[in-house]
Design a protein. Structure first.
Ligand SMILES: *Cc1c(COP(=O)(O)O)cnc(C)c1O
Length: 420
């Protein structure tokens, strides 16, 4: 069973102060998990997790992760600005962008962050717009299918990211000639993997290439970035990843492939987003309408503009009706938001206890790629984000958007100046 990290009484108390919908994050959960990640890779001296900012771009949460030893992974100008404002320094920021505008490279260079080049043509581009730094990372795409045993995990051959193997070797050669002193390698081959084998298999692929690079070019990469893609179990009966087993799996391959090749000092980096935050955030919404037509609908005060994953990917997000955890799940509902879009459904044909107007719904596992993917369709506004502290207190970490925020980009027209 999936259990909310907050009781009904506490949630009602919070909702009395902050109107629904809102996101609620669990400080204890995220800290405990971050500590476990550190522990899983403690065998590697240079290990660092660079949290993928795009998953949950909320300064207060980034600062908590910073306290737990994480850096950030950015892919845009504003993500770089946010990381800088939160106090992350040069080597604590990875810039894994693609289709990168000149201004973004310029800011990255100015902040002294680790630039991860997505393409071989970006070498000349970066040199022209910002100059080549002493440390650089290259993103690898091995093409084809990425399979574990016979299970196809994903299809890198279809992905827009990274360089071919030939380009990767060429890129290191060119960069070395241009004076680069420290090299890294990055690859992201599958998303939301729920198997302890993904990182070890990815590591083997990358480690073998690192050995070839050393043998053929005499370049010893100093860090290998396994990137994101470690998933979480969205469904209640689904077993989750064991990060300690994943860390041990990577260590085994490291000792098998890198150490004997004289690459025993390579630092392992990760850029997890979902695994770091997914389970530790929930979208909290209230049922405000019940509609009986050809099917049974529960309408709530949140919509796909607050959490897009079900509408966009058909993703499952578990829903707990607060206070009715032990009631019989004998009603079949579509749980919907109010967008004029029929895909605005958090759940379809979901067996739930009888829902009454006013019930609080806790939509699980929305802590990553949740709020962040929100949008303003139908003029719907972004909701607040709240932090449930370890001591049980609650802190607003992002206020809800107001109509005035929504109209802010029309300020030059004067049309909305009386709107609050
Ligand atoms: C999205 C992304 C991540 C994080 O992915 P998760 O699936 O959330 O772990 C890491 N690195 C890069 C370059 C990404 O684009």
């Amino acid at each position: 069973m999936k259990k909310p990290f907050v009781s009904k009484e506490k949630l009602e108390e919070i909702a009395a102060q902050y109107p629904t919908p809102f996101y609620l994050y669990d400080e204890k959960g995220m800290r405990d998990n971050a500590k476990k990640v550190e522990q899983a890779f403690a065998w590697n001296k240079g290990f660092k997790e660079y949290f993928a900012v795009k998953a949950t771009p909320t300064p207060r949460l980034l600062k908590i992760l910073k306290e737990e030893g994480c850096g950030t992974d950015c892919s845009s100008y504003t993500e770089l600005l946010m990381s800088d404002a939160c106090g992350f320094k040069g080597s604590e920021i990875m810039f894994s962008s693609n289709v990168t505008p000149a201004e973004d490279f310029q800011l990255a260079k100015q902040l002294g962050v680790i630039i991860n080049l997505d393409d071989i043509t970006h070498i000349d581009f970066l040199e022209q717009v910002a100059g080549i730094p002493e440390t650089i990372c290259c993103r690898y795409n091995p093409g084809g299918h990425f399979a574990i045993a016979n299970d196809i995990m994903d299809n890198p051959g279809d992905a827009k990211y990274g360089m071919t193997k030939k380009q990767l070797f060429e890129a290191y050669k060119i960069l070395q000639a241009k004076g680069v002193k420290h090299f890294g390698m990055h690859a992201f081959l599958a998303s939301n993997t729920v198997t302890n084998k993904y990182y070890p298999e990815l590591a083997r692929t990358m480690f073998q290439v690192a050995v070839e690079i050393k043998e053929q070019l005499g370049i010893g990469v100093e860090f290998i970035n396994l990137s994101g893609g470690v998933g979480i179990p969205y469904k209640p009966q689904q077993p989750g990843n064991d990060i300690l087993a994943i860390g041990a799996g990577v260590q085994k391959v490291y000792e098998e492939v890198l150490t004997p090749a004289g690459l025993g000092n390579v630092a392992i980096f990760t850029e997890m987003g979902r695994f770091m935050m997914g389970p530790y955030g929930a979208l909290v919404t209230r049922a405000i309408h019940a509609k009986h037509i050809y099917k049974e609908y529960i309408g709530c005060d949140a919509c796909a503009a607050n959490l897009m994953r079900p509408a966009m990917y058909g993703s499952y997000h578990h829903i707990t009706v607060m206070g009715k955890e032990n009631a019989r799940h004998d009603h079949k509902y579509d749980v919907t938001g109010g967008l004029c879009e029929n895909n605005d459904k958090f759940a379809i044909d979901r067996m739930l206890p009888k829902i009454d107007n006013g019930d609080l719904l806790f939509i699980h596992d929305a802590g990553a790629h949740g709020f962040a993917m929100g949008y303003n369709y139908n003029g719907k506004l972004h909701c607040a984000e709240l932090l449930l502290r370890e001591d049980g207190s609650v802190e607003m970490i992002r206020r809800a958007e107001t109509p005035a925020d929504y109209f802010a980009t029309f300020d030059f027209t004067g049309l909305f100046k009386n709107i609050k």
